[in-house]
Design a binder for this molecule. Structure first.
Ligand code: 4AD
Ligand code: MG
Length: 478
């Protein structure tokens, strides 16, 4: 059998010695024609393989280069080297795949994150990305565990849809119509009746509307899937393709919603700390190094581990939009005219405003509720004041908005009125309104941007570095 191998992580975490094992992996370094640092992606810690003089001929030794893949059989022995308890004394070594040292782009030295983005197909083999993607995996697993343990139903909402859930219109079209000789109506517009679905279709921006349909039967559902936004935002927090978790709960009001979101975020952090301690410690050190390059006043006050522990041990601040505006207006920052965008009641909070609230004023995650209805989506529940809606955004240090959610408008007349005002096609959305016609209930939900959550837990500053292959404006490699 080929694959009777031991994983490096398991080998290194046991102190047992004397037995024979087979290990496989990729060479990180090879020193003195004798010491191989072998890595198989299970941990950042390499296994030291010792090749004794005379075991291999000169030609084979030359083929043990950085990036080459090996199968090694040998005896587990106590290690004299520092940093590891055991190592493997090779008795047989097979080169599974050569790696031309002159051409292999990953050298055993520090590469910039920008450079590694260009070779994203190989960057998994670095310590930084090894840690980031093992943590990403853990968080994805924890998402399912959290909701499963609470009895939520995982609902697969469609990727291709004909609705614009957010009413924001930033969608990628899905079509099989030809670019040339496109079928047209008499008035010159494209005739989508000829298209694959017989109507205009797009990639989903959110699974929420379908999620609500599920919640009206199962009480509590969640979605976890890719979503797509054609917003031309070239920032460290926006992707054109990102993953979102959207729970939707019947019999919840806005406060229940906030409580769940807060508990969820804490749970994910705790899960990563319990299961990925080593990787988080590695990234903590990486971040400290990176911060040293910055001027003193731009450095974060807390290290990564400290920040995560702080969030675990402190409640999120809860304020209304109106309070947020007042804080901003009274801030020294505003008085010294340091905000680029104007502050007054009714504005959409810009990321500079969000960051001020979270990083300078409260210095902890903040939940903002009660936004003006005109800057939020049609489905949010109108508050008694008639001006604001039961929306909630969670803002996190270093990230800004990490969660967006609301209590939904469950009253049919209110919803129809709002849809008409916002030019949402009521007829096409009749299926959605049915939930309000037949047994409507108070309900609420939110969306957590998965990559922003991974950024928060890993401390990575650019969102392109927490998704395997980023899709951003003018960039769709791999
Ligand atoms: O605030 P958003 O647009 O809310 C919704 O889509 C609702 N339907 C959610 C709901 O109530 N079920 O997006 C939710 C979250 C944001 O807070 C942010 O974390 C993330 O999704 N997000 C993005 N992440 C990466 N790249 C983008 N372009 C993102 N746009 C939103
Ligand atoms: Mg939002």
């Amino acid at each position: 059998m080929f694959n009777k191998r031991v994983k490096v992580k398991d080998l290194l975490s046991s102190a047992e010695t004397g037995h024979e094992v087979t290990v496989m992996g990729w060479v990180r370094t090879f020193r003195n024609n004798q010491f191989i640092a072998l890595n198989d992606g299970s941990t950042n810690n390499n296994l030291q393989v010792v090749v004794e003089l005379g075991l291999l001929n000169e030609a084979t030794l030359k083929r043990i280069t950085t990036g080459a893949s090996l199968k090694v059989t040998g005896q587990v022995v106590p290690s004299l080297g520092k940093g590891q308890k055991v190592e493997v004394k090779a008795t047989a070594l097979e080169i599974l795949g050569d790696s031309d040292a002159d051409k292999y782009p990953l050298q055993p030295k520090k590469h910039s994150l920008e450079f590694l983005r260009e070779i994203a197909h190989l960057r998994f083999r670095t310590n930084t990305f090894g840690s980031v993607f093992r943590i990403r995996h853990s968080l994805a697993f924890a998402v399912h565990k959290f909701f499963n343990d609470k009895g939520f139903v995982y609902l697969h909402t469609p990727i291709i849809t004909s609705s614009d859930a957010e009413g924001a219109g930033e969608m990628f079209r899905v079509t099989t119509l030809p670019f040339e000789d496109t079928p047209r109506n008499e008035d010159g517009t494209v005739n989508f009746k000829e298209d694959f679905f017989g109507k205009s279709a797009n990639l989903t921006v959110s699974g929420q509307l379908e999620g609500e349909l599920g919640a009206m039967a199962f009480s509590e559902i969640y979605t976890f899937g890719p979503t797509f936004r054609a917003e031309n935002s070239n920032t460290t927090r926006h992707l054109a393709e990102f993953w979102m978790i959207e729970p939707e709960m019947a019999f919840y009001d806005i406060e229940d919603n906030m409580n769940l979101a807060e508990e969820f975020i804490r749970y994910l952090i705790q899960y990563a700390l319990d299961n990925n301690r080593e990787d988080i410690e590695f990234l903590d050190q990486r971040l400290t190094e990176e911060e040293k390059q910055k001027p003193q006043n731009e450095r974060s006050e807390l290290g990564l581990l400290q920040k995560l522990e702080f969030v675990l041990n402190n409640n999120f601040e809860r304020i209304t939009y109106t309070q947020a505006i007042d804080i901003l207006l009274e801030s020294p920052h505003y008085k010294k005219k340091k905000f680029k965008y104007d502050v007054k009641w009714g504005i959409d909070l810009q990321s500079e405003h969000e960051r001020y609230l979270v990083e300078k004023h409260f210095k902890k995650p903040v939940i903002v509720t009660g936004y003006p209805k005109d800057i939020k989506s049609f489905y949010m529940r109108l508050n008694e004041d008639g001006k604001t809606v039961a929306a909630m955004d969670i803002l996190a240090p270093g990230i800004g908005e990490i969660v967006g959610g609301s209590q939904r408008e469950e009253r049919l007349e209110n919803l129809e009125k709002r849809m008409a005002e916002m030019h949402i096609p009521v007829e096409e959305m009749s299926y959605y309104l049915d939930t309000r016609r037949f047994g409507t209930v108070p309900h609420a939900g939110f969306g957590l941007g998965f990559e922003r959550m991974v950024q928060f837990v890993t401390g990575m500053t650019n969102i392109r570095d927490v998704i395997p292959f980023a899709r951003t404006p003018k960039n769709c490699e791999f």
